[in-house]
Design a protein around this ligand. Structure first.
Ligand SMILES: Nc1ncnc2c1ncn2[C@@H]1O[C@H](COP(=O)(O)OP(=O)(O)OP(=O)(O)O)[C@@H](O)[C@H]1O
Ligand SMILES: Cc1ncc(C[n+]2csc(CCOP(=O)(O)O)c2C)c(N)n1
Ligand SMILES: [Mg+2]
Length: 332
C-alpha cells in the first residue's frame, strides 16, 4: 500500500527539519503545527521570496530527483543572496502525481544536500496530489540599512558580476544532450551539467555586498534582461564591455557567437550582478584576496537602457528581453 500524506512527510521531510543546517536557532516551531514560528532579532528584517519550478519550463523531463530538489532550493536561495540576506529557513510545497518512494528518497537527499550547502532549514510546507510542481519559499534576515535592492544604482557606479556568465545556457545544452563541438571535454561537460543542476547561490558574496553595493540582483533571466531590471529600477543606463564578460574555461570550446549568446541571454546563471560606488573600489581587492570571483564589466551612467561596448562602438541592446512565461509570439 502506498504511503499516505502524513507518513510521506514523516518519512522524507520531517527528519530534515532543523538538522545541522543553518538558521535552526531561529525556529521556535517547525514542521507539524498549522504554521511555523520564526523568531527574529530586533535589529533584523525578514526577507521573503518564493519560486516555483515546472517540468518542461525550468527543467527537462530526463532528470534525477535529487538534482531537481537541489536546483529548486538553490535557485530560491539565490534571491536571498541578491538582497544581501542571510538564509534562515524555507518551506516546500510539493505536488506529486503519485507516491514513488524511490523518487522521494532521491528528492529528499538532494534537498538535504542543498539545505546543508546553503545553511538553511526546512520549517514546513504542503504536500498535494496533481501534476508535478515544486514551490520553495525562502526566509532570510538582513539589517535594514544593509539591504541590497534593485533601484539604488547611481551614475558613476561600477557594474560588477560575481562569477562566470553563460554556464546556465551551456549547462542546459549539455543537459538536453544537444550536439556540441568535438573539442568539449568530458570534464567541461561534467562541470556544465553540475552548474545546471547544482548551482550554489552566492550567499557569502551577498553578505559582503550588504551595505556596500548600491544595487544588485541575481542573474536568472540572463545578463541583458536582468541588467535591464536593475537599470529601469534605478533610472540609469548601463554600459557593458563585451571583452570583460567572464566566462568559464568549459565554455571556451564553443564558437564565440554561441558563447556570447549564452553569456548575454542564456539565464540560469545564479551569479550576482551589482553596482559598486567608486568610493568602495577597494572592496574589489579585498574580495579577490578572499577568493571571490568578482569582475567589473561596465558602469552605470546617466540615461536609460543597456548599451554594449564591443571595443569599437557603443550599441543599445534591446533584446533579449529575458524569459517571459507568457510571451506571445509575433504571429500570435
Ligand atoms: N503572482 C505574483 N504576485 C505578486 N508578486 C509577484 C507575483 N509573481 C511575481 N511577483 C513579484 O514580481 C517581482 C519579479 O518576480 P520574478 O519572479 O521575475 O523575480 P526575479 O528575482 O527577477 O526572478 P527569479 O525568481 O527567477 O530570481 C518579484 O518582486 C516577485 O515577488
Ligand atoms: C527545459 C528548460 N528550458 C529552458 C530553461 C531556461 N529557463 C527557463 S525559466 C528561465 C528564467 C528563470 O525563470 P523564473 O523567472 O521562472 O525563475 C530560464 C533561463 C530551463 N531552465 N529549462
Ligand atoms: Mg532574482
Amino acid at each position: 500500500m502506498s504511503l499516505g500524506e502524513f507518513e510521506l512527510i514523516g518519512r522524507y521531510f520531517r527528519s530534515m527539519e532543523l538538522g545541522n543546517a543553518g538558521g535552526s536557532e531561529h525556529v521556535t516551531l517547525g514542521i507539524g503545527d498549522d504554521a511555523a514560528l520564526i523568531s527574529m532579532a530586533p535589529d533584523k528584517q525578514l526577507v521573503v521570496s518564493t519560486d516555483t519550478v515546472v517540468l518542461g519550463t525550468h527543467f527537462p523531463p530526463d532528470y534525477i530527483p535529487a538534482n531537481l530538489a537541489y536546483r529548486a532550493l538553490a535557485a530560491a536561495v539565490s534571491d536571498l543572496a541578491a538582497m544581501g540576506a542571510r538564509p534562515l529557513s524555507f518551506t516546500l510545497a510539493l505536488t506529486l502525481p503519485e507516491v514513488d518512494e524511490t523518487w522521494l528518497q532521491s528528492f529528499a537527499q538532494g534537498l538535504t544536500d542543498a539545505a546543508r550547502d546553503h545553511r538553511i532549514s526546512l520549517i514546513g510546507g504542503d504536500t498535494t496530489r496533481g501534476p508535478l510542481n515544486i514551490n520553495v519559499t525562502v526566509l532570510g534576515e538582513v539589517r535594514p540599512r544593509n539591504v541590497v535592492r534593485r533601484g539604488d544604482a547611481q551614475p558613476g557606479d561600477l557594474l560588477c558580476v560575481g562569477g562566470p556568465l553563460g554556464d546556465g545556457g551551456g549547462g542546459l545544452a549539455v543537459v538536453l544532450g544537444e550536439s556540441m563541438p568535438s573539442s568539449v571535454s568530458d570534464a567541461a561537460r561534467d562541470y556544465l551539467f553540475q552548474r545546471f543542476w547544482r548551482p550554489l547561490a552566492q550567499c557569502e558574496l551577498g553578505l559582503e555586498l550588504a551595505g556596500v553595493a548600491s544595487a544588485g540582483l541575481d542573474v536568472s533571466d540572463g545578463l541583458i534582461a536582468d541588467a535591464r531590471h536593475l537599470a529601469e529600477a534605478s533610472g540609469v543606463a548601463l554600459h557593458i564591455r563585451l571583452a570583460d564578460l567572464p566566462c568559464s574555461a568549459a565554455l571556451q570550446a564553443w564558437p564565440e557567437a554561441q558563447r556570447m549568446e549564452w553569456m548575454l541571454g542564456g539565464g540560469d546563471d545564479y551569479v550576482l550582478l551589482f553596482t559598486l560606488p567608486v568610493a568602495s573600489i577597494r572592496c574589489l581587492e579585498v574580495w579577490a584576496s578572499q577568493g571571490f570571483d568578482v569582475t567589473v564589466i561596465g558602469e552605470a551612467v546617466v540615461g536609460s537602457g543597456i548599451w554594449l561596448d564591443d571595443g569599437q562602438e557603443l550599441k543599445e541592446k534591446v533584446q533579449p528581453a529575458g524569459y517571459q512565461h507568457f510571451q506571445r509570439k509575433s504571429n500570435d
